[in-house]
Design a protein around this ligand. Structure first.
Ligand SMILES: [Zn+2]
Length: 436
C-alpha cells in the first residue's frame, strides 16, 4: 500500500504533463518578407501571444502544456527568428519565446489535423521594419512612351514550406521539384532578349494563393505561369496537362473584383470604376477579362504543344479549372501540371536535372511562340518581332497602319502592295517592326 502511494507520487508530475498538451515539434519557413513558425501539438490548443521590445521577442503562452527537450534542440532560427526558448509558467502552463531579429507584426491560427499533419499552431511573422512600398501607378509608364520595356514573366512554383504538395512513392515532394523547374525556367527567361523573369516563390516557404497573384501584379507581369506536379491514386496515370482558368471561375472572380472597386480601377486601363454604375463597370471589366481569357488559352495551347515534344501529355487539349492563382482578370495565366509525381516512372524523371531542363525549355518555347505572335505594344519584343495581320472585312490600309503604329508606305513595301485592291479578306499581311 505504502509502496503504491509512493509510486503514484512519483508518477504524478508525469501524469499531469501527459494529461496536458504536448508541443511535439517546431518548424520554421523563412520567406523574404515574412517567417512562419509551426508548432505540432498533441491536441486542440489555447494560446495567447504578444510582443516585447528591447530586444524584440514574441511570447506565446499555452495553457496546460509542456514541451519536449528535443523540440528546442532541433529548432534553428532563420528569417526573422533568431531562436526559440521555453519555460514553465504557473506550474501547468508553458511559455514559448521567439527571439527576433527586429520588430514584427504577428498573426496566429490553429489548424485541425489533416492527412499529413496533426494539430498545428501556426504563427506568421511579418517584417514590421519594412515599409510597404505603394505600387507605382500605370501612368508613370505612360509618361515615358519612347522607352521600350521588357516583358515580365511571373513564374510561380506551386506549394512550398508547410505545404509540400503531392508526394511520390520514393518521397519526392512536389514543392521541391517544381521550384527546381521554376528556377530553370527563370534562367531561360533571363537569357531571352526582351524578357525578365520574376520568381513568385524562390525558396522553401509558402505563399498564399492571392498573394501569388498580387506579387505578379506588383511586378507588372505580362504572363503568370504556375508550375505543379500532379498526383492521382491510380499510379499508372501519367502525362502533363496545361490549364487556363474556366469561364465560371473567371466570372466568380469578377464578382469579387467588382466588390472591391478601388482594386479594379487599373484593370481597365486606369479608368476608375468608382463612379460608374454597376452595369457599365461590369461591361468594362468583362472586356478586360475576356481578352485575358483568350490570351491565357492561347499561351496554354502554345505551351501544351511544346510539352507534347518532351513526353506524354495527360490531356491533349487545354484544360479549364477554377484554380485561384489563374484568376487575375488582367494577367494571362496558365498552370502547367508537368507530370504525375504519383507515377513511379514520372517521379524518377521529375528528379532528373535533364528532364527538369527539358520541361523548362518546353515552357520557354511555348512562351516565346506566344509573344512572337502577340507582342504587347511598347515592349522590346514588339519592336523586333515580325507581326501578322489577317485582313478582315472593312479593313483599310490606313487603319491597319495606325493600329500597329507603322506607316502605310512601309506596309506597302513589306507586303508588295501597290494599292488598296490587294486588301482581300483573309490575306495575311506582315507588319514591319516599329520604325522599319
Ligand atoms: Zn500542385
Amino acid at each position: 500500500m505504502a509502496r503504491l502511494a509512493w509510486l503514484a507520487l512519483l508518477l504524478l508530475p508525469w501524469l499531469a504533463n501527459a494529461a496536458g498538451l504536448q508541443v511535439e515539434g517546431a518548424r520554421l519557413w523563412a520567406a523574404p518578407d515574412n517567417t512562419r513558425v509551426v508548432f505540432d501539438v498533441s491536441g486542440p490548443v489555447e494560446h495567447r501571444l504578444f510582443t516585447l521590445k528591447n530586444p524584440d521577442r514574441l511570447v506565446v503562452d499555452l495553457s496546460d502544456a509542456s514541451i519536449g527537450p528535443a523540440v528546442r534542440k532541433t529548432f534553428t532560427g532563420a528569417g526573422l527568428v533568431k531562436d526559440l526558448r521555453s519555460g514553465p509558467r504557473n506550474k501547468h502552463d508553458l511559455r514559448l519565446v521567439l527571439d527576433l531579429k527586429g520588430p514584427v507584426k504577428p498573426k496566429s491560427f490553429v489548424l485541425k489535423p489533416s492527412a499529413q499533419y496533426g494539430h498545428r499552431l501556426v504563427i506568421d511573422l511579418a517584417d514590421a521594419s519594412k515599409k510597404t512600398t505603394p505600387t507605382p501607378k500605370k501612368t508613370e509608364a505612360a509618361s515615358a512612351p519612347s522607352k521600350l520595356r521588357d516583358l515580365v514573366i511571373a513564374i510561380d512554383a506551386g506549394h512550398g514550406g508547410e505545404d509540400p504538395g503531392a508526394r511520390g512513392k520514393r518521397g519526392t515532394r512536389e514543392k521541391d521539384v517544381v521550384l527546381a523547374m521554376a528556377r530553370r525556367l527563370a534562367r531561360l527567361v533571363e537569357k531571352e532578349p526582351g524578357m525578365q523573369p520574376v520568381l513568385i516563390r524562390d525558396g522553401d516557404y509558402y505563399v498564399g494563393l492571392r498573394k501569388r497573384m498580387e506579387k505578379a501584379r506588383e511586378s507588372r507581369a505580362d504572363l503568370f505561369i504556375s508550375i505543379h506536379a500532379d498526383a492521382f491514386r491510380d499510379r499508372s496515370v501519367n502525362g502533363a496537362s496545361v490549364y487556363a482558368v474556366s469561364r465560371r471561375g473567371a466570372s466568380s472572380e469578377m464578382a469579387r473584383w467588382l466588390a472591391a472597386r478601388e482594386n479594379a480601377a487599373d484593370l481597365v486601363g486606369g479608368v476608375s470604376l468608382d463612379d460608374k454604375d454597376d452595369l457599365l463597370a461590369e461591361v468594362l471589366l468583362d472586356l478586360a477579362q475576356t481578352a485575358t481569357l483568350e490570351a491565357s488559352n492561347e499561351v496554354a495551347a502554345d505551351v501544351l504543344s511544346q510539352m507534347k515534344r518532351v513526353g506524354q501529355v495527360h490531356k491533349r487539349t487545354v484544360q479549364h479549372a477554377g484554380f485561384v492563382v489563374l484568376k487575375s482578370p488582367d494577367i494571362p495565366s496558365v498552370l502547367v501540371e508537368t507530370a504525375f509525381i504519383s507515377n513511379p516512372a514520372e517521379e524518377k524523371r521529375l528528379r532528373s536535372a535533364r528532364h527538369q531542363q527539358q520541361v523548362a525549355q518546353a515552357i520557354m518555347n511555348g512562351v516565346r511562340k506566344y509573344f512572337a505572335a502577340n507582342p504587347p505594344p511598347g515592349t522590346r519584343i514588339a519592336s523586333v518581332a515580325p507581326r501578322q495581320h489577317v485582313i478582315r472585312r472593312g479593313d483599310t490600309l490606313s487603319h491597319i497602319a495606325k493600329r500597329y503604329g507603322v506607316t502605310m508606305a512601309s506596309l506597302r513595301r513589306h507586303n508588295h502592295l501597290r494599292d488598296e485592291d490587294n486588301l482581300l479578306v483573309g490575306t495575311v499581311l506582315t507588319i514591319p517592326a516599329n520604325g522599319g
